[in-house]
Design a protein around this ligand. Structure first.
Ligand SMILES: [Zn+2]
Length: 319
């Protein structure tokens, strides 16, 4: 069985004390890179897409093809997940296209960067649960404010408001979400932190406390790409202009997993791996116009990063 719900995949991760990586894709080629890595590493994987973010004009056709592609990889468990659904309608459309999991990010009011009130967040999340649960689809919610710039999200939230354990317990009681994105010291986007902070970015004790009080809910780390310096260096050496910054180190993520994190989003690292390989190839091979030759290094660069994360998260060899 290829397709799994998020709850099923993360229950396995809980039992095995590892985390499942979630990788953002915006084209079929990228999805193939992620799924090939999962097959090679014998790893469960979460393939995720953001509404309104793909290389194609027709989102319905893109999602239909993405679902079909996932079904072809029947050797590994795959969760097809909507990342950062902003509205009820985003989630309903994803469910209609066969996604097995949706995130409703009701922590901010859609179309603005105004933080939603707790009651607003609960109300929208509950509406999504009411349509997802009968369809057998898992739901991820978000509590607190994870700072930084999420692609496709209006504005940049500079301030990180840490998740409050009492609120987390109340939120889960009122909504029944399967998984919860918690603000525990990470930040979205390719420019994260300007200092290394001694490798102590994550609030590990906060993760452990929320985990302890919510044993049936799976905790998700957003904004936790590593922003590898070598990928940024390759991009900038080949015509790019990415501002160097520090992300969350692999060691910190391992400590997060030990504290109870079960899903780790790697959106920025996905984009960096793809862009670095593509930029290098195009600048070093200015006469090559054959798309297959251009895409091959991008796909393999992305695939190698994904495989590395699967080994780091302990999910490799579990499928
Ligand atoms: Zn996120």
């Amino acid at each position: 069985m290829t397709l799994q719900t998020l709850r099923a995949a993360l229950a396995e991760a809980e039992a095995g004390e590892y985390a499942v990586g979630a990788f953002n894709v915006s084209s079929i080629d990228q999805a193939i890179a992620v799924l090939d890595a999962a097959a090679a590493e014998r790893s469960p994987v979460i393939v995720q897409s953001i509404a309104g973010m793909s290389a194609y004009d027709d989102e319905s056709r893109w999602w239909t093809r993405l679902r079909g592609l996932v079904e072809e990889y029947n050797e590994v468990p795959v969760v097809l997940h909507l990342d950062h659904g902003r509205t009820y309608d985003d989630c309903v459309r994803a469910i209609g296209h066969g996604f097995t999991s949706v995130m409703i990010d009701a922590s901010r009011v859609a179309g603005t960067d105004r933080p939603a009130s707790f009651a607003e967040n609960v109300a929208l999340t509950r509406r999504v649960i009411e349509v997802a649960t009968p369809a057998g689809v898992s739901v991820e919610g978000e509590l607190g404010t994870i700072g930084g710039a999420e692609a496709g999200v209006a504005g940049v939230v500079e301030e990180i408001v840490f998740a409050d354990p009492d609120q987390a317990v109340e939120f889960v009681a009122q909504t029944g979400v399967d998984a919860l994105a918690v603000a525990v010291g990470t930040s979205h986007g390719s420019v994260k932190f300007t200092d290394e902070a001694g490798g102590q970015r994550l609030r590990l004790e906060l993760i452990a406390e929320i985990k302890d009080r919510l044993p049936e809910t799976f905790l998700v780390l957003h904004g936790s790409s590593s922003v590898p310096a070598d990928a940024v260096a390759v991009i900038n050496a080949h015509g790019g202009g990415v501002r160097p910054s520090y992300g969350i180190s692999p060691e910190q993520k391992a400590e997060g997993i030990a504290a109870g994190i079960r899903k780790i989003n790697q959106g920025t690292d996905s984009h960096l791996a793809w862009s670095a390989a593509l930029r290098r190839f195009l600048q070093e091979n200015t006469a090559i116009v054959e798309p297959s030759e251009q895409l091959r290094p991008a796909i393999s660069g992305f695939r190698e990063m994904v495989a590395q994360r699967m080994r780091e998260f302990g999910s490799a060899g579990r499928a």
